[in-house]
Design a protein around this ligand. Structure first.
Ligand code: PMP
Length: 355
């Protein structure tokens, strides 16, 4: 704290991301990264961009990437906004579209960045409790609001909603922007990008950090009606005209050109998740139904924080949240088959189960 800090900064509680330990040889299942590397086509494209023209500014409009995304998702270029990871895209969304008199609505258990952005941009919000089954339900959002935001599937629960349920939000709140954060959509969920044409109040946000394995490159995007996209562009252009660097642009475009690799790796993650869910249930865990690349689990007997510490002693890192209602849960990223096997072996040892 210093006398130079503004009152807003004094009141901020910054988001603390999962730890990125420096140690090697850890089974790192705490931040939902993709255990497989990005497509070899991405690496080749980034190498080429390095050798090419780093002295030049990148395209401020990121047209090549927008065209690749537009073709892939069946929308127009002016229905797409790109940014430096979906966290940055969301920051622009909060500034451009969610600063209204009425409060923003989001779930009490959801992505913890949302209240952070509200604090930063002075946005009022109301937290709507998840149901007993930890679900987001449109009925609970029938109240005056200036916008609604939720991840689908939700984080950290992993529970997804079918597109028809998401559409209920859009129909019931025609005067509010509904932001659907689809960070984990490719692991079994149903994207609502096709609904953008019918609903001018829908903004879908996706990232290349998870299913495309490019967390280190920082690329995310939003899809919505051109009027919503224009609002985001206005804020972005008042802040930084060059949101994506040349390497990110080259790598991101290449990621959408290797569909086979994408399908193969996301399929492998979904298959590992199903095996892991069965093994965790055998070990006495209650596992919420996951459509993401992580599972959210609670042991019938053991304390979650204690379990996380015991796993850490065995070089396996998972995520524990010190938050009421979920402090007995662990969020575990689905790793490679070998990483999942190491996790299960460590848990067997901790729980004294037969190998
Ligand atoms: N939304 C949700 C729900 C997330 O869990 C994450 C990852 N922490 C993000 C957005 C942001 O991802 P990125 O900035 O890497 O695109």
């Amino acid at each position: 704290m210093s006398r130079f800090w503004s009152p807003v900064v004094q009141g901020l509680t910054p988001y603390v991301p999962g730890e990125q330990p420096k140690l090697q040889n850890l089974v790192k299942l705490n931040t939902n990264e993709n255990p497989y590397g990005p497509s070899p086509a991405v690496l080749a494209a980034v190498h080429e961009a390095v050798g090419d023209s780093l002295r030049l500014y990148p395209d401020p409009n990121a047209d090549v990437l927008k065209d690749a995304l537009a073709a892939y998702h069946g929308v127009a270029r002016n229905e797409i906004f790109v940014g430096n990871g979906s966290d940055e895209v969301l920051a622009f969304v909060f500034q451009a579209l969610l600063q209204h008199e009425a409060p923003l609505l989001f779930a009490d258990i959801t992505y913890s960045f949302y209240p952070v952005y509200c604090g930063l941009y002075g946005i009022d919000f109301v937290k709507v409790p998840l149901t007993a089954a930890m679900e987001i339900r449109p009925e609970d959002y029938r109240q005056p609001c200036g916008g609604i935001i939720f991840p689908n599937p939700n984080a950290p629960t992993g529970i997804g909603m079918p597109a028809a349920v998401v559409e209920q939000f859009l129909v019931e709140h025609p005067d509010a922007v509904v932001v659907v954060d689809e960070a984990y959509i490719d692991f079994g969920g149903e994207s609502v990008i096709p609904l953008v044409k019918r609903h001018p109040n829908l903004l879908v946000v996706q990232t290349l950090s998870k299913s495309r394995s490019l967390a280190g490159l920082r690329v995310g995007f939003a899809v919505g009606h051109p009027d919503l996209i224009e609002a985001l562009d206005r804020v972005k252009n008042s802040f930084n005209s060059y949101p994506l660097d040349r390497l990110a642009l080259a790598g991101a475009v290449a990621a959408y050109q290797d569909e086979e690799y994408f399908q193969q790796t996301r399929g492998a993650i979904i298959a590992s998740r199903e095996t892991l869910v069965a093994q965790l249930r055998d070990l006495g865990f209650e596992v919420l139904p996951s459509q993401a690349n992580f599972v959210f689990v609670r042991h019938v007997r053991e304390d979650a924080l204690q379990l996380a510490q015991s796993l850490r002693e065995r070089s396996v890192i998972v995520r524990h949240f010190k938050q009421p209602r979920i402090d007995q849960y662990l969020r575990i990223t689905v790793g490679t088959e070998a990483e999942c096997a190491a996790l299960v072996a460590a848990l067997r040892e901790i729980l004294g189960a037969a190998p």
